[in-house]
Ligand binder design. Structure first.
Ligand SMILES: Nc1nc2c(c(=O)[nH]1)N[C@H]1C(S)=C(S)[C@@H](COP(=O)(O)O)O[C@H]1N2
Ligand SMILES: [Mo]
Length: 400
């Protein structure tokens, strides 16, 4: 992997020095071990349902529409409101959208983009994916909505048990139009170039690019166009902030608990790039002997943070893509297949640094991001139920 000169940005600091050649090798090996995309099978899952749809026998999956051959999507009006939909797509009426129809909507240029799947209630992202699908608005326009629609409700297979229903919702405006620099909300059927597996929410799930995972409903079967003005998300009842955009924050990947004095220590990690973008990743080496940090600075804003290097986009994207190569027409990539900008919002960027010259003893190492607006993690939105972004610290012992 290419390592720019920014790889050793922390010059002039006592413990992060320009690496010599041997150190550079250790550093580059650690960086080379990073894989950008997560293999579909290795995604961490957040799922409810008893039984889970993909654990049912094939015959049953076919019967309930949880195979591509039998999948069908309703796009209907909410009869509890005066929403008007002139051509409802409905299983009951025999007009539902099927998988062939979905691929037809995608046409020759399906929508593809990079997005990290991340749960607002978990400390680290679930997986980094290349998602492919059709803008949800294409299916909505096929249903000919004509008046009195303010929100889109949607849910997936739930064993016909209302208690198992996992619902989410969006304002209709967000579905019909994308803010500049953002992706459309999609009906997703592929992950990293492969059909979306049952585990990953297939045959079809929603992907909301800028949101936490609970908006990206799996095993999708029903879209309801409603004139109701408020959200009905399942996650609202769990005290979650259901309007939260993804936050910028970072985590360690390679962070040893022990090291020998005199040998350089390569550190790597990932930064989740939220709505605020990513300006910097920084590391702070805190000797244990210094004791507790002053309580009036809970976010360590006055600590001696040092810049780490944000790594450039990978040459090979991993995730099981043949040859590690991205397919054509990924959003915000040039025709030559290069990212038009980097880091990209709602994805991850890897970071790295090399610790040198640390004296024997016990330390805590912390990492944090600074977004493009200059907000240091966990600001500007430190509340836990709008997404985890606590500053991560990890202990290390340097042996003499
Ligand atoms: N139908 C359904 N969709 C769902 C869920 C669920 O339990 N059921 N969990 C949601 C939550 S809370 C998260 S964080 C993401 C996780 O996506 P993953 O399991 O593909 O990693 O899926 C979302 N979609
Ligand atoms: Mo979640």
């Amino acid at each position: 992997m290419h390592l720019g000169t920014a790889g050793f940005a922390a010059m002039g600091c006592p413990s992060l020095l320009r690496a010599q050649d041997a150190d550079r090798n250790i550093h580059e090996e650690t960086i080379a071990a990073l894989e950008y995309l997560t293999h579909q099978k290795e995604f961490e899952l957040v799922e409810r349902g008893n039984p889970l749809p993909y654990k049912l026998p094939l015959e049953k999956r076919l019967a309930i529409g949880m195979e591509r051959e039998s999948w069908k999507l309703d796009v209907i009006a909410d009869s509890a409101t005066n929403a008007q939909v002139d051509n409802p797509l409905s299983r009951e009426k025999g007009t539902a959208l099927d998988f062939k129809g979905l691929l037809k909507l995608a046409g020759k240029r399906p929508t593809r983009f990079l997005k990290v799947m991340t749960c607002n209630n978990m400390g680290t992202p679930l997986g980094m994916g290349l998602w492919e699908g059709v803008p949800l608005r294409e299916a909505i326009w096929a249903a000919k909505p004509s008046a009195n629609i303010r929100r889109v409700f949607y849910y997936g297979h739930h064993n016909e048990d209302p208690k198992q229903m996992f619902r989410s919702s969006l304002p209709i405006g967000r579905v019909l139009e994308d803010p500049p620099g953002d992706h459309p909300v999609i009906l997703c059927y592929k992950l990293n170039g492969e059909w979306l597996s049952g585990e990953s929410g297939g045959p079809v799930r929603i992907i909301v690019p800028e949101a936490y995972g609970f908006k990206s409903v799996k095993w999708l079967k029903t879209v309801v166009l409603t004139n109701a003005p408020a959200a009905n998300d399942t996650y609202a009842s769990g005290n979650n902030d259901i309007d939260s955009w993804m936050k910028t924050m970072c985590r360690f990947i390679h962070m040893p608990a022990q090291a020998k004095a005199g040998s350089p220590i390569p550190l790597t990690g990932l930064a989740q790039v939220g709505v605020g973008g990513l300006g910097k990743v920084q590391v702070w080496i805190k000797p244990r002997q210094d004791g507790e940090w002053p309580k009036d600075d809970p976010y360590f804003t006055k600590a001696p943070w040092q810049d780490a290097a944000i790594l450039p986009p990978p040459e090979k994207w991993g995730g099981g893509l043949p040859g590690g190569k991205l397919p054509p027409d990924v959003r915000f990539f040039t025709p030559e297949g290069k990212p038009a900008h980097w880091p990209m919002r709602y994805t991850i960027a890897h970071w790295a640094t090399l610790l040198k010259g640390m004296a024997p003893g016990k330390y805590d190492i912390y990492c944090r991001t600074i977004d493009q607006q200059g907000h240091a993690q966990p600001m500007p939105r430190p509340f836990r139920k709008s997404g985890r972004n606590k500053i991560e610290g990890s202990p290390i012992t340097i042996e003499g």
